[in-house]
Design a protein around this ligand. Structure first.
Ligand code: B12
Length: 284
């Protein structure tokens, strides 16, 4: 269910008159729907998209359900990474949410926010954990915060039509890493795909069944850790064969895929980053 706002709320949030706002709606600059009584209602994701494209600032982000002062803050990806890392470490969810939205409203693509800011921050957190600078609970809490922030980012994106091509993916059994697959979902949604992450820990057989049942236009696998290389190669090749027989491209990525292992595998695309996934998806 989309969150709907009144013209008055949106005017207040952006700091313009209600009359200007209604004019923008009539010109089609801002998507609006009409209630049964004929009143305009604006979906939150349409408002955020408008703000992003027009470069307008949010004066009262609270009205849009965003933490104050979202919309006039961080616009730099490298600084964003350091600030997200520090906010994740201290468990400051509002700050992570604010930074992610600031970067989005500043016009950055979701794939860059994911690759360079969020994944970058986790890379730094991992190193800090390795050196004993932070506790495991801080890292795990950070994963939960990021999961919720990704959900909010997904809600902020423009709607994807039912007719858009389907893509799905996840991780194989024994691989508990969930964030990269959730990120693949939202970067593809930003690119106009009906993308869904099916989460982690799938036996290859059930993914083969999903490919057969749903016939997506693209399938992704995130591979972060591999308990047994031998078993992985067997499971993976069964999946690859199914995908190929159905004409479904398979994109793989993740820390678990070293050069040597990749030589033993077949795939349609190997991606270092989510940005690569978006580029590959564009060619399909
Ligand atoms: C969070 C985390 C966990 C969590 C994950 C929870 C969850 N729900 O996801 C849990 C608790 C499972 C965990 C456990 C462990 N972890 Co851990 N973990 C991390 C941490 C901090 C972040 C991982 C993450 O999610 N990053 C965010 C994602 C988005 O980034 P990414 O994985 O780099 O993915 C990017 C690219 O690879 C690519 N990508 C990935 N997949 C795909 C797929 C496609 C299709 C595409 C296009 C792209 C793509 O795009 C992403 C964005 O740029 C990393 C540190 C790090 N360097 O990342 C350590 C890290 C991976 N963990 C580590 C360790 C040691 C462990 C444990 C062994 C700890 C322990 N003693 O229990 C266990 C092992 C678990 C297992 N079964 O393997 C080490 C691994 C060291 C090594 N050489 O292998 C790391 C590197 C930390 C460190 N510096 O020491 N961990």
């Amino acid at each position: 269910v989309r969150e709907l706002l009144t013209p008055r709320q949106v005017a207040l949030a952006i700091g313009v008159s209600e009359a200007s706002l209604k004019r923008w709606c009539d010109k089609g600059l801002l998507p609006a729907i009409r209630t049964a009584g004929g009143h305009r209602r604006l979906p939150l994701n349409g408002v955020l998209d408008f703000l992003r494209r027009s470069g307008r600032r949010v004066v009262r982000p609270q009205v849009l359900g965003l933490p104050s002062p979202t919309g006039k803050g961080e616009a730099n990806l490298d600084r964003g990474r350091a600030r997200v890392r520090s906010a994740l470490e201290s468990g400051d969810e509002e700050q992570v949410l604010r930074l992610a939205h600031d970067l989005y409203l500043a016009g950055h693509r979701i794939c860059d926010i994911c690759d360079r800011v969020l994944a970058g921050a986790f890379h730094d957190l991992g190193q800090r954990w390795e050196h004993g600078d932070i506790e495991v609970y801080q890292e795990r809490r950070g994963v939960e915060i990021t999961r919720r922030v990704l959900h909010r980012l997904r809600m902020a994106l423009p709607d994807v039509p039912d007719s858009a091509p389907l893509a799905f993916g996840g991780t194989l059994a024994g691989d508990p890493y969930t964030l990269a697959s959730s990120m693949a979902e939202i970067v593809l949604r930003e690119a106009g795909w009906r993308a869904e992450s099916y989460g982690s820990g799938h036996p290859a057989a059930t993914l083969r069944a999903a490919l057969n049942d749903l016939r997506p236009r693209l399938f992704w696998l995130s591979i972060s850790t591999i308990p047994s290389v031998e078993e992985f190669l067997l499971e993976y090749s069964s999946l690859y064969e199914t995908a190929v027989s159905l004409g479904i491209p398979i994109a793989v990525g993740g820390r678990g895929l070293g050069e040597e292992l990749r030589r033993e595998m077949q795939y349609s695309a190997y991606c270092d980053t989510l940005r690569h996934l978006v580029s590959f998806a564009r060619t399909l």
